[in-house]
Write a protein that binds this ligand. Structure first.
Ligand SMILES: Cc1cc2nc3c(=O)[nH]c(=O)nc-3n(C[C@H](O)[C@H](O)[C@H](O)COP(=O)(O)O)c2cc1C
Length: 200
C-alpha cells in the first residue's frame, strides 16, 4: 500500500493519520511505502518532461495494490500540492482501476476536500473504496500530535482494513463500495472506471 500526504508541513495531522493507517496495515502483514514528498513535484505542465520525483511517484503508484491519501482542505478545496501531483498522473494512468482510500484531517473535517478528491480520483480512473473526515484534529491528539481519541483511531484502523481487503474484493463488492462513495460525493456513477475483467 502506498501512502500519500497532501500536507507539506512537518507537524501535520494528516501525516499523523497516515501513521495510524500504516501501523494497522503493518500489523496485518501488509507492506507500506510512502510517496515522495509532493513538494518535490514541479507545477504540472503538459509541455514539460517528467522529473525524477514525478517518475518516482508514477512508479510507486504503479507498483502498489492500493493507495491511501490524506490531505488538508485549503480554502474549501484540495491542497494544491496534491492536486498538482495528481494532474501528473492523469496522462500516464497509474491510478486507473486502483483502489484508493481518502482521509482529510482539518478544522471542519475536510468535507469539501474529500468531495473534490473523490471526483478527481474517479475522473482519472481511481476506485475510491473508503473515505474519512477528521474534524478539529488537534483536539483528538496529544501535545506531540499523536492521535489519542479512540473513535478517530478506530475509524482510521477500519479504513486501513478496508484498504487491505479492497484488492481482494469481487468486482461486485468493489463496485458497491465505489458507487456508494462516489454517489455520496455527488460524482456521477458514469465516471467510475470499469473493474478489471479478471475480478468478475
Ligand atoms: C491556508 C489554509 C487554508 C485552510 N483552509 C481550510 C478550509 O477551507 N477548511 C478547513 O476545514 N480547514 C482549513 N484550514 C485548516 C487546515 O485544514 C488545518 O490546519 C489542517 O490541520 C492542516 O492539515 P495538516 O495538519 O495535515 O497540515 C486551512 C489552513 C490553512 C493553512
Amino acid at each position: 500500500v502506498l501512502t500519500i500526504c497532501g500536507s507539506l508541513q512537518r507537524s501535520s495531522s494528516n501525516r499523523r493519520a497516515l501513521e495510524v493507517v500504516r501501523a494497522e496495515l503493518e500489523g496485518l502483514g501488509v507492506e507500506v511505502a510512502a510517496s515522495p514528498e509532493l513538494g518535490l513535484v514541479p507545477a504540472f505542465d503538459p509541455d514539460r518532461e517528467a522529473t525524477p520525483a514525478v517518475d518516482e511517484l508514477r512508479a510507486r503508484i504503479a507498483g502498489c495494490d492500493a493507495v491511501v491519501i490524506a490531505t488538508p482542505e485549503y480554502a474549501g478545496g484540495i491542497a494544491g500540492a496534491l492536486k498538482n501531483a495528481l494532474d501528473w498522473i492523469v496522462g500516464s494512468g497509474e491510478l486507473y482501476g486502483k483502489p484508493v482510500a481518502v482521509v482529510s484531517a482539518g478544522t471542519s473535517g475536510g468535507v469539501h476536500a474529500r468531495r473534490d478528491l473523490v471526483r478527481t480520483l474517479t475522473w482519472q480512473g481511481g476506485h475510491v473504496v473508503a473515505a474519512l473526515g477528521i474534524s478539529a484534529p488537534r483536539t483528538k491528539a496529544d501535545d506531540t500530535g499523536r492521535y489519542t481519541d479512540r473513535d478517530t483511531i478506530d475509524a482510521l484502523e477500519l479504513l486501513a482494513r478496508a484498504v487491505a481487503e479492497a484488492p481482494h474484493w469481487s468486482a461486485t463488492e468493489r463496485l458497491e463500495h465505489v458507487t456508494e462513495i462516489t454517489t455520496r460525493s455527488g460524482v456521477e456513477p458514469g465516471h467510475i472506471a470499469p473493474v478489471p475483467e479478471r475480478r468478475r
